[in-house]
Design a binder for this molecule. Sequence first.
Ligand SMILES: Cc1ncc(C[n+]2csc(CCOP(=O)(O)OP(=O)(O)O)c2C)c(N)n1
Ligand SMILES: [Mg+2]
Length: 1076
Amino acid sequence: MHRARTVINNLVPLAPLVPKIAPKRFASWLAAAPNKIILNSPPKRWYIAPVSSEPFLNGSSGSYVEEMYNSWLADPKSVHASWDVFFRNSSSGAGPGQAYQPPPSLALPGRNEAPLSSLAPFLGGSSALGGQVDEKIIDDHLAVQAIIRSYQARGHHVAAVDPLGLKYADLHAVFSDRKGAPPELVVRNYMTKGSSLEERDMDRVFKLPSTTYIGGKDKALPLKEILRRLETAYCRHIGVEFMFINSLEQCNWIRQKFETPGIMEMDSEQKRLILARLTRATGFEAFLARKWSSEKRFGLEGCEILIPAMKQLIDKSTELGVESIVMGMPHRGRLNVLANVCRKPLEQIFTQFAGLEAADDGSGDVKYHLGTYIERLNRVTNKNIRLAVVANPSHLEACDPIVQGKTRAEQFYRGDGEGKKVMSMLLHGDAAFCGQGIVFETFHLSDLPDYTTHGTIHIVANNQIGFTTDPRHSRSSPYCTDVARVVNAPIFHVNGDDPESVIHVCNVAAEWRATFHKDCVIDIVSYRRNGHNEIDEPMFTQPLMYRKIRNTKPGLQLYAEKLIKEGTVTPEEVKDVADKYEKICEEAYTNARKETHIKYKDWLDSPWSGFFEGKDPLKVSLTGIKEDTLVHIGKRFSSPPPNAAEFVIHRGLERILKARMEMVEARIADWAMAESFAFGSLLKEGIHVRLSGQDVERGTFSHRHHVLHHQLVDKATYRPLCFLYPDQAPYTVSNSSLSEFGVLGFELGYSMTNPNALVCWEAQFGDFNNTAQCIIDQFISSGQAKWVRQSGLVMLLPHGLEGMGPEHSSARLERFLQMSSDDPDYFPPESEEFAVRQLHDINWIVANCSTPANYFHVLRRQIALPFRKPLVIMTPKSLLRHPEAKSSFDEMVEGSEFLRVIPETGVASQNPSSVKKVVFCTGKVFYDIKKARGARELDNDIAIARVEQISPFPFDLVKRECAKYPNAQLTWVQEEHKNQGAWSYVQPRFNTALNNTRVVTGRASGTESGIFSSLVGVFSRSAKEEASQHTARGEQPNVKRLIRYAGRPTAASPATGSKNQHLKEHAQLLDDALAL
Ligand SMILES: Cc1ncc(C[n+]2csc(CCOP(=O)(O)OP(=O)(O)O)c2C)c(N)n1
Ligand SMILES: [Mg+2]
């Protein structure tokens, strides 16, 4: 059905469902704005054809229609009159449902069939029959057509793509008949099964259908030749999977690239180039093996052809206009890629083996994870090219979305809207490609308007094994590449021991990407000569496979022998090329031995040239802005589209906009408005803002509404923040696919490209961040330490216990805090630069803002900082509409700033020495405590302070706030359970802030009885007791004050599923928090 639909889409220039609405119609002043593309950007996809209008296209009729259409293109009379009418109507623009006209019912039997005699002129030789059609001629031609189609569709099953000749074990299961015939026979049988053709027909000439290019200039060929050419195209060393593609144009394009006679021929210069590159790839692995025989390096032996393949892809793509390639790859062959594809200085690679100390900060990473960035001249095309290999963790495939985000960003900032200048290339292992879900998630970003990179070339270094597991146990699909079929990517399986076939496939892939801007996959079927790494013994687990491998000549040797045999090179030349490379390696090795240090920054994949230069690393720009700007943004944000009379917005939205306007007039902002102020003011300053995630355009909680939808016209939208100022930076807000791992990874990659952009990812509910855990652990929290790579990515995670059950209550604040790298025992020296120095030194920032103004400032501070740090914000849900969670413009105008701690400002703060208790908390629970305090008339007795920036911990401000209330007991109140939320993070830090050194309270929770037994926790013990206990342990005895805990007890689940229980717990929490 889908196929039929696409065929029709390609036939019919679909009348737009939506009248084209020029930006002018909404606001003529917008038309000149630089970001008008945003308003205009049409959806890329064509899936909107109402197939239901053409019900006869449902089911499996698509391929039939395709054949008909091809025949009709060649000769309109070759199809039935009703199809002729249909195709003519479609081509002249008839709308869906109008193209089909039933034929006049002339035929007596009432069936929609033309009499055979009417087809006679098209069947060749029929005139000799005097108008009588020989049914055998029809059948034989149909059989030939079916055979051609079978080769195109199934030839890949019998192609000799495996250098070991093992064949994919699981293909037997799929294609063998019960009698156990070998798969080749079965499939070839299938191709010709049921045909009327016999051996004696081999020399008969058949007219070729328009769906094949095997004829070249010939329109007809003998059957024998037809079969020979089909075998050459589809059953030798390349297996092409493409017939599932829903575009006739694309299918024909591929057919042409493989069927055209002589298309794979190569001149001797090309062959020598392949040989030279293969020699370097092989020489590199051999050199490392010799010099560091016991070091793990995850060599490429068995698939060295990967290097010439990548180089060819780069050459061809540069020739076609690409200037920058972003690559992602796993461990296997990584060093070889850096050395021979990127041409990273060999010295830098070799020093990684030397165990030298690093000259710069950070933890560094193992050598086969490091990234690189190189700008160099491509000698083949004589053009400059940038190559980046993104650093990746051990986690296979995790870098896929990161590469895509980085590529997309580079395209965006270069104005490369069609991906002609920047492209991505992703390398995969066979087991990881089919095993890891992130591959699927990344494929599904490939055609989305705000995420597409306009085609990625995927290469699978398919060594037919994953560690010790072979394909029979690592996947349920025939090929490891089947996941790519979901996006209609053509898949080229190729025998890794046939370099020329590999190179041909690479040329086709590069051209495919440049022509259609869609993904494609090159599956280089090869083997792994050693174990998983160089120290592993593969015979333990794959004895038969490895016996075969031992008897297989290396790819370089095979190719050299072939070229020598055909006279392209001499044995001396082969040796000469190898010796030269060996010499290069030796020289680099000697130089590398002189090095005394390694430098992590030599391995940076995303340099931000110019960003750090001339900046005081400890100076933060101001985040408050002019009131005029607030008013201007506020008014635009509160206004309907400029042509409101024509653009019908939802009534509910009219009310929301009106309420927003009233806020502006009253000089206050709620959460959504403060966010628009932060975004809008950055846009004004030329900072691109990008907000992505599930349903972010409206906002999960329907509070944002950054995209207004015309209620009567499909796809007519208005994005107020895109039209704040004529010369503003572009604003991108985009609902994403339903993926966290993929989309968070993508946005992280995006944030790596341009430090002068605010890139935000919002989780639907904060807890969903856990399906993106790998991106958080392996990249966001540790990326700078491992790879000296900074990112200012913002993660917005709705968080808070509001009776919504275990899942939608907690963004798992505790996990982020546990990964924060500030030392709980260390109180940094107090100075003017205390706050910024802390930010500089930590791995990320974790905040839980309780006011819109603070949210505004913390977002703006991301850009005001002289460096970049990821920011994790626990964002509110109920606070989005809480009447008290509003901020005055005074808190956002010039002179105002982000408050790391919001101290008590009420009556308690005026008479601090009589305050009995200071409650510290973070986030929305503040409003609950405050209300309860008022209700209990405790405003004089209890001060409440909010820790808004939890990490890095505001030691200085906490200390100050505690000191202000010398007689008060100090309590940390949180709504999360005791083993969750911020408690375990803040407790030791409070004690450090209070005592300038850490005091370990060391009490296990849950030993008391009662519902909130652990509430009493540490504070049931006197300070004296604590002190004596620590003295006994030899720790610091001079304990002055301790922080106590009030909140829910420990629990396994983040929240109860019962509303009633939730309310009970909440009431208890307030009682405990306010108990004196
Ligand atoms: C997500 C993840 N799971 C497990 C591993 C451990 N591991 C490292 S390599 C490997 C096998 C990978 O096989 P394949 O993708 O075929 O690549 P090859 O090593 O064969 O080149 C495994 C299981 C890992 N690195 N990442
Ligand atoms: Mg493998």
